[in-house]
Ligand binder design. Sequence first.
Ligand code: ADP
Ligand code: AMP
Length: 224
Amino acid sequence: MATKARTFIVFLGPPGSGKGTQAKILEKKLGLPQVATGDLFRYNLKNKTELGLLAKSYMDAGELVPDEVTIRMVEDRLSREDCAPGAILDGFPRNLQQAVALDQMLAPYGGVTVTPLFQVDDEVVVERISGRRICRNCGAVYHVQFNPPKQPGVCDVCGGELYQREDDRPETVKRRLYVYYKQTAPLIGYYFAKGLLEEIDASQPVDQVTAALLAVLAKHGVAV
Ligand code: ADP
Ligand code: AMP
């Protein structure tokens, strides 16, 4: 039986470049779920699953969780009903082996549709990560200065408590940036060669980044 093409958007870019913020905006506009591997690991950690406990030591150190478990987790997530039209992948793939595995998973559906690359300077990344706050309950993302909640420490969406991620401490951020440049940045060439890479100036305010994203998505046949 022939399978239909689906839309799979892969967000590339360093930690703190705004991928999650934009994925949450676009999932509503496009009707595609955000599949964020970091969120999936944090969910598992919160629920003290075997996967969460395994991931914890790598996350705390700013290192990548081993490919085998990460790929299996993504495969399982993409096979769920809500991913029938496609997904916005945020934080996966993060190295070449994961990119090749994703291509295999998506081969029956026409492969990756487009890969926006979030470009920001390292100083901006550090500034954004140091002020990032997350809702413990619903996962909404804030920034103490750039996107503050109405009431400090309280989520606008659900009233949950806001916290700072363990791995958003300065020492771990440095390591995560190093891991990004060493292991993830090579994917820029990988997707460029496939004609899928689209550079986005992610240093702009949130609504301007959304507009830039929508423009490149339209170029690749993804319309709101
Ligand atoms: P990533 O998912 O790439 O790690 P996030 O979406 O969590 O990044 O954003 C990192 C931090 O920067 C958050 O605190 C978020 O509120 C803030 N942020 C995201 N996009 C922008 C932007 N365009 N301008 C200013 N701050 C932003
Ligand atoms: P993130 O929320 O995307 O910043 O990811 C937080 C942490 O989760 C990373 O520093 C890694 O330890 C782990 N992680 C997230 N995505 C992946 C991935 N695709 N491969 C391996 N580890 C990952």
